[in-house]
Design a protein around this ligand. Structure first.
Ligand code: ZN
Length: 223
């Protein structure tokens, strides 16, 4: 048995440099004294994604771990990792941006890192509300993963999902409450075409992000 207690003030944020995980970064800062970031490189469509994550980490003066997970793109040809593939999203099926087992692997490595750093808390921006068809973004998967990580390392980890039940509009509202709406609006990268901030406006990620922002700003009475 490993009796050493995890540091209850320390958190690892699974961080991609996008809207959701950057909101989680600021949420984590509100709740924990010691926050570190982990980014996974897996042959993303745009390596700009990793650069954006690095620059935000630097600006926010947070320790940043970048882990190579390029084996993911060896496993499956997928629209997120193969630049020549068109992104398609249909109502019925899992979209072709789905990378099988991605969150399973990411959370396993985040857990291993948390163990090394003695951090009790792991934060991920997964969300079930704007359910995009990714099974490993669902709440029951995260709960199961929390149990698995804790059992596998004999540690009481806590996985937090501050965005789980928020829609995009509410995620913007949360960033506004945290005082970082503009920071997230102009510095994060969600766009599948690699356009920082406002994005290309055409891809499914941009459409979802912009629709949420528009309805939040309308509700607030500004634009
Ligand atoms: Zn876009």
């Amino acid at each position: 048995m490993n009796n050493q207690h995890l540091n209850n003030n320390k958190a690892i944020v699974v961080f991609s440099g996008g809207q959701d995980s950057t909101t989680c970064l600021f949420w984590a800062r509100e709740h924990f004294n010691d926050v570190e970031l982990v980014t996974f490189k897996y042959g993303q469509r745009h390596h700009r994604e990793v650069e954006v994550a690095e620059s935000i980490a630097k600006e926010q003066e947070l320790k940043h771990h970048v882990l190579d997970m390029s084996l993911l793109s060896q496993l499956t040809p997928n629209a997120l990792t193969q630049p020549e593939m068109e992104i398609e999203q249909t109502e019925e099926s899992v979209p072709n941006t789905f990378v099988p087992a991605r969150n399973l692997l990411f959370l396993s490595f985040a857990g291993a890192l948390a163990y090394q750093l003695n951090a009790k808390h792991i934060i991920t921006g997964v969300c079930e509300t704007d359910f995009s068809g990714y099974p490993d973004c669902r709440d029951n998967f995260i709960k199961s993963m929390n149990v698995t990580l804790s059992l596998s390392m004999d540690k009481d980890f806590v996985i937090h999902t501050p965005l789980m039940w928020l829609d995009k509009k509410e995620t913007w509202a949360l960033s506004d409450q945290l005082g970082v709406l503009d920071y997230i609006r102009y510095n994060t990268l969600t766009c599948y075409n690699g356009v920082i901030g406002q994005g290309c406006g055409e891809c499914p990620a941009c459409k979802l992000r912009q629709r949420g922002l528009k309805s939040y700003l309308e509700e607030k009475g500004v634009d």
